[in-house]
Structures are given as structure tokens and as C-alpha cells.
Design a protein around this ligand. Structure first.
Ligand code: ADP
Ligand code: MG
Length: 703
């Protein structure tokens, strides 16, 4: 019998929840905190002191010795610097653990060692972290002890955002304000804000830690840079939703427990398409909390893996030839009085508010397809987007049959008189129940799919923060809402005006709607005819951030200044160049110190064999043939290695970051592929006993 888990008790046991606050704070203080959480504003320092003390007492009772302002710099991961609660002892040498309101609200890490893209020169090293009161504080527990983590935003001395959180929070306010204008038009006087909610489905790989440690490419680059395919891949479709093996199951169980303690609603778990690939999805929550929690999910996945002798790979493409990992970002907007703006109801054709919201989103996505594409790009994702396993690099919207039909009627006649219904699902088995079907089937290839009462943005990479995609979504939709509200608030005849506006938006932007197979070549050609952007790589997407259209959008809603956008561009180019640089150096290292020496020693033993066999008077032609082939691969490798060393050296001294990033993409990556090819061929020829690193078969089938 396994031990009974009390999940209700476990859940959020490491979180300074509202319930905990209510219990521990004086009534008036609690009220003030809730007011600021819900309506914005600032806590007085006196109140902050009371909250800090309660938070510290709770943390210390739970074993905490330190606190940290937990933030999300532009590295895409989280940062923390621990401070203990230890204070100056009194004259008797007695020390009291302390944590002040000031320390809770504001931190001052040295900002000079985080990427800032020129926003902050080293002599202006000051950066501030500010408490994000809307995301609850929590306790992280590991070998370091127990640390109280206060979620924060990170800004420069001049107030420029140095992180991913600040613009996200700004975008949430923008979309809320504009969405409230929309619902007001339809007579909703109660809603005071509209919340962007997000549910990210996280894919990941697990490999055996011992084997991982024998692969410098996994250690330094997070993905394999060499490796011939195993005899079996994912073609049998036997892993997706397959029975979860014991070792993986034990990992998932532990992972869930750790996440539940942190208040993360880990909900679904299953095996994914590729061998050794899995997925975890939580229940959706407010965007900034979802972003924080997704960071915790990624971090916890890695941490728990270590305890099970495993390593968790979050890279978008750890293995060539089998699927990589993504993160479906489910997004919707809900008023604080409970109306999901993306819920069409049973008769979407009559739901004018829904149709207006939908038309605005269609307009926003069409107008800013380039920005949305950019928001989901990172170095690893270049291996997926457009590679027939993930959505294409072209943004389009899938609406499903029901809504597509409604849109078609509206565009053609200005009216949507009828609506397709799902009907009954007949199984043909008398003992099985008949279901009512959804009105729409699923589509797996669309980058931006309407799925019932939300949009699922499927381009995001598995290792990436979900802050940027959601910041962009909120921003572009805020703009469309704003433009619609500007027209409709002044309309003399609202009903006619809204009807005309929906028709106009749908007509002008219907080119972005595509319900077919996004993986097909026909779609690429069709999209080009429609004039939709097809941005093929991360760095080709970077300058979409500073187009006139983009700067206007982000400045209008106070989400990014032009300087902030330019700084992000620079950071992206730098990140790209640095990442490919590490990959290239790792390949050089592995080829020269491991693979080439192994192949040389194999040719030596073949040569010895040829001589010995000949001396013994037998036919050595098979051995000699093999020796010849392996030697050819060896010289190809040697030549490719020299070329890679040469271009890598050129790349590393280039001054202009943009030029450098493109050189890495066009020249260095090419040279890397040229080195990989003969090495992978050699792997198929060389005795496994002398092959210096675990193979694909070892890594993904023997977990
Ligand atoms: P599937 O794999 O079938 O797409 P999953 O259950 O794996 O579905 O994930 C769906 C995700 O969408 C979950 O995180 C879920 O909480 C989230 N979700 C559901 N409704 C909403 C909503 N209104 N807004 C945002 N996310 C939502
Ligand atoms: Mg899923």
C-alpha cells in the first residue's frame, strides 16, 4: 500500500497565501493589502512593516533563514540573491531575526552583470527590484535550506525595465483598461478589470544523469550536437500517451508534490510524441502568476530530476530526428465579474460582444503577426518552427468550422443567421453513451488556434519564458480594443456601428484565418500569396521590435519605450551569438578531444587487423574496405573541424552584434552541420566499445 497523500493539506503549504495573510495580519492591514493587490496603488511603509514581519515569522516557523527578491532578468531564467534574516546582535550578543517593510518592498541588486542591451552602463550599476504584490511569496526548500522568495520586477535607476516581468505587468494593465471599455459598451457596469489568464503546457525530456554527464554537448549546450539516429525513432507512435514507466512515474509523482506545495496546480501529465519526452500542464491562472509558476515548474523539473538520477532537458530540440519540445500558451481574458470574453456560448452568431472581441483579436494578430512570431522565438526554437513537428513560422489563426462559418456569413452578407452545431457522436456500440460533439474538430498544426474559450498560442519554445508572448498578446489586443472603443463610444447608433465594425475587421483581416494543414508546402505558397510574413529564424525576427508600427504600439500603452525595445534587440542578437558560439566551441572540443581520437584508434586497430589477417594468409579485403571508409570519414571530419575553427575564430572577434549574429547563423551553423555529418556517419561504422559518448539509443530509449 502506498502512503496516502493529503494533497489538500499539501497544496500551497509553502505559499504565503491570502488565507495565511488573513490569519496572521491585523484586519485593517489585510484589507489594505488586498485592496492594493486588486486595485493597484502602494502600501504605506507602516503597513509594509507589519506585512514583512508576518511574512518573516511565517517563513521562520517553516524553517527559513534567508529571503530573496526573486526576479526574471533578460536571461530568460530567474535570479536570486539570498539575504539572511540575521540582524546586528544587542550588547548581550542576542540576535533577533528581522525583515523590514522596506526590505520587502524594494531590493537593490547590482544590476551591472545582467543583460541590459546598453540601457545601463556599468558605471550606472544601480538596479531595483520591486515587490509584485499580486504574485504570492513562497518558500523554496533545498540543500541551501529554506528561502523566502518575494516575486519582484527589476528596473534600472531610471525606471527602465531590465526584466521580463515589468513589461508583462504593464501589458496586463493596458489590456485590462481597454477591455473594460469594450464590456462597458455592452452594458457591463460591474467589471472593474479584465484579467489575462494563461495556462502553459510544458514539454520536457528526461535522460539518465550518468549518461548525460558523458555528453559535453548536453552539459554545455543543452542539446546533442552529434549523434546518429537510433534504429527506432517515434515512428511507431507508441510513446504518446503510452503507459508511464515506473522510474518516470516516480519522478512525476515527486514533481507534482513539490509543485503542489508551491501552489502550482499541476494537473495533467503524459508521455509525449518523442521517446523520453513528457508533458505537464497546470490549471490556468492570472498571467503574471502563470509566468512565475512556469519558471518554478521548469526549475523544479530540473531539481527533482537530480534526485531520481535523471536530468531534465528543456531545450527545444535536444535530439535531431525526433520531435522537440514546445510550450502551448493558452490565453484568454476574463472580467473580474466572471465573464470570459472568449466564450462564444452556444450561439456565437448572436453573441455580438464575443464577435467584436474575436474580430479585434483577428485584426491584432494580422496586424502584428511579425511581433507575435518574434515573441515566441529563441535560439532553440529555430530548430522547431517550420520543421513539421511544430507550427510553421508563419502566423495564422485556426477558428474551427463553426466560427469560420460564422465569419464567412458575416463577411459575405453582414449577418450570421445560423450556426453549425456539433450534433451527436455515434459510436455504433449500444452500451456506450452517445455524446454531444464539439462543434469543431481539433487542429494540431495551427500556431494560433481557437480552442473553445481561449486561444492556444503553440509556437512558444519549451525553454523560453512565457512572459514575452503574453506581453505581446496583451499589447496587440489592447490596441485593437482601444481602436474599436474609440469608434464605438462615439457612435450615434451603436448597433449599426458595431455590426459594421465587425464586418470591416473580418473583411480586412480574414487573410490571417487558415483552417488547413499548416505543415504543407501549399500553405507556405498560399501564405505568401496572402502577404503573410514568413520569418524563418529568431534573428530575422528581432528587428520587428523597433518598426514604427511596433514602437507606436508599445509606447502608446506604456509597455516599452523605444530605448527599452532597442535594448532588447541588442540582448537578443547577443544571446544568439553567444549561444551558437558555445555550441561551436563544444563541437570543436568534442570532435578534437573525443570523436576524432576514437576514430583514429579504431583505424589503428583495423589496420593492425588487416596486417595480421594478411600475415595469417587470409583475405583481409573486408577489413581493408572498412578501414578505407572510416579513414575517409576521418579526413572529412578533420577538414570540417578546421573550417569550423576558422569561421568560429572570425565570428568571435566581430564588433557589430547584429552582423555577428547573422554570421553565426549563416556561416558558423553551416560549418557545424558540415562537421556533424561525417561524425554521425562514422558513428555508424565504428565499434560501439570505442565510441566515446552515449548514443541516441542509449539516451532516449534506456531511461
Ligand atoms: P490540450 O493538450 O488538450 O490542449 P491541456 O489540458 O494539456 O489541453 O492544457 C490546456 C491548458 O489550457 C490548461 O493549462 C488549462 O488550464 C488551460 N486553459 C483552460 N481554459 C483556459 C482559459 N480560459 N484561459 C487560459 N487557459 C485556459
Ligand atoms: Mg496538452
Amino acid at each position: 500500500m502506498s502512503e496516502v497523500l493529503n494533497v489538500e493539506e499539501l497544496f500551497a503549504s509553502k505559499v504565503f497565501t491570502r488565507a495565511t495573510m488573513k490569519e496572521r495580519l491585523p484586519k485593517n492591514v489585510y484589507k489594505e493589502v488586498i485592496k492594493v493587490m486588486e486595485q493597484g496603488g502602494e502600501l504605506s511603509l507602516a503597513t509594509a512593516d507589519v506585512v514583512a514581519k508576518a511574512m518573516k515569522d511565517w517563513a521562520v516557523e517553516n524553517g527559513a533563514t534567508h529571503y530573496t527578491h526573486w526576479f526574471q532578468p533578460l536571461t530568460g531564467i530567474t535570479a536570486e540573491k539570498h539575504d539572511s534574516f540575521v540582524s546586528h546582535p544587542d550588547e548581550n550578543g542576542k540576535m533577533i531575526m528581522e525583515f523590514s517593510g522596506k526590505e520587502l518592498i524594494k531590493g537593490e541588486p547590482d544590476a551591472s552583470s545582467f543583460p541590459s542591451g546598453g540601457l545601463r552602463a556599468t558605471f550606472e550599476a544601480r538596479g531595483y527590484t520591486a515587490w509584485d504584490i499580486t504574485s504570492p511569496a513562497f518558500l523554496k526548500e533545498d540543500a541551501t535550506g529554506v528561502i523566502l522568495c518575494v516575486p519582484t520586477a527589476f528596473c534600472s535607476y531610471k525606471g527602465e525595465a531590465l526584466d521580463k516581468k515589468t513589461p508583462l505587468l504593464r501589458s496586463m494593465e493596458a489590456v485590462s483598461e481597454q477591455a473594460v471599455r469594450i464590456v462597458r459598451l455592452f452594458g457591463n457596469t460591474e467589471a472593474t478589470k479584465v484579467v489575462a489568464s494563461v495556462g502553459p503546457e510544458q514539454e520536457y525530456f528526461l535522460v539518465d544523469r550518468e549518461k548525460y554527464l558523458k555528453r559535453p554537448d548536453l552539459i554545455f549546450a543543452g542539446r546533442t550536437l552529434f549523434g546518429a539516429p537510433a534504429p527506432k525513432g517515434q515512428e511507431m507512435e507508441d510513446h504518446y500517451f503510452g503507459t508511464i514507466r515506473e522510474r518516470i512515474g516516480a519522478y512525476m509523482k515527486d514533481l507534482n508534490i513539490e509543485l503542489w506545495k508551491l501552489g502550482v496546480t499541476a494537473k495533467t501529465q503524459h508521455n509525449e510524441v518523442a521517446p523520453a519526452q513528457h508533458e505537464l500542464a497546470p490549471i490556468y491562472e492570472t498571467a503574471n502568476i502563470a509566468v512565475d509558476h512556469n519558471q518554478l515548474v521548469m526549475e523544479t523539473m530540473k531539481k527533482v530530476a537530480g534526485r531520481h538520477g535523471l536530468t531534465c532537458l528543456l531545450h527545444e530540440k535536444p535530439f535531431a530526428g525526433v520531435n522537440g519540445s514546445g510550450k502551448h500558451n493558452n490565453w484568454s481574458l476574463t472580467t473580474d465579474n466572471g465573464v470570459n470574453l472568449l466564450d462564444p456560448g452556444d450561439t456565437p452568431n448572436e453573441n455580438i460582444q464575443f464577435l467584436l472581441v474575436l474580430a479585434c483579436i483577428i485584426k491584432a494578430v494580422d496586424k502584428h503577426a511579425d511581433l507575435l512570431r518574434q515573441s515566441a522565438s529563441d535560439v532553440g526554437n529555430d530548430h522547431r518552427l517550420g520543421a513539421n513537428e511544430a507550427p510553421p513560422a508563419i502566423i495564422s489563426i485556426f477558428l474551427g468550422e463553426q466560427l469560420e462559418d460564422v465569419v464567412k456569413q458575416l463577411v459575405e452578407t453582414g449577418e450570421a443567421a445560423h450556426v453549425l452545431q456539433g450534433g451527436k457522436l455515434e459510436t455504433g456500440v449500444s452500451t456506450l453513451p452517445d455524446f454531444t460533439k464539439d462543434a469543431t474538430d481539433r487542429n494540431r498544426t495551427s500556431p494560433f488556434a481557437f480552442t473553445g474559450n481561449k486561444f492556444e498560442f503553440r509556437m512558444v519554445g519549451s525553454a523560453d519564458s512565457i512572459a514575452s508572448p503574453n506581453t505581446t498578446l496583451n499589447a496587440i489586443v489592447a490596441e485593437a480594443f482601444c481602436e474599436a472603443a474609440d469608434v464605438l463610444e462615439n457612435a450615434e447608433d451603436f448597433d449599426t456601428a458595431v455590426h459594421d465594425l465587425i464586418k470591416q475587421y473580418l473583411t480586412e483581416h480574414q487573410r490571417i484565418i487558415f483552417n488547413g494543414n499548416g505543415y504543407s508546402d501549399e500553405w507556405v505558397a498560399e501564405a505568401e500569396r496572402r502577404g503573410l510574413p514568413n520569418i524563418k529564424s529568431m534573428i530575422e525576427a528581432v528587428d520587428t521590435l523597433t518598426t514604427e508600427k511596433s514602437v507606436k504600439l508599445f509606447e502608446k500603452f506604456g509597455i516599452f519605450t523605444k530605448a527599452e525595445l532597442e535594448s532588447r534587440e541588442e540582448v537578443l542578437y547577443e544571446t544568439y551569438a553567444k549561444t551558437i558560439n558555445i555550441e561551436a566551441l563544444t563541437m570543436i572540443d568534442m570532435a578534437s578531444k573525443q570523436i576524432i581520437p576514437a576514430v583514429i584508434s579504431y583505424t589503428k586497430s583495423l589496420a593492425d587487423t588487416v596486417i595480421a589477417v594478411k600475415e595469417a594468409g587470409a583475405d583481409a579485403s573486408a577489413q581493408a574496405d572498412l578501414l578505407k571508409t572510416v579513414s575517409e570519414k576521418l579526413s572529412e571530419m578533420k577538414a570540417a573541424l578546421e573550417k569550423l575553427e576558422d569561421v568560429e575564430a572570425k565570428a568571435s572577434v566581430m564588433d557589430d552584434v547584429k552582423e555577428q549574429a547573422f554570421y553565426y547563423k549563416d556561416v558558423v551553423k553551416e560549418a557545424m552541420a558540415e562537421l556533424r555529418a561525417p561524425a554521425d556517419e562514422a558513428e555508424m561504422l565504428v565499434d560501439k566499445k570505442v565510441w566515446p559518448i552515449p548514443t541516441y539509443g542509449d539516451l532516449i530509449f534506456e531511461v
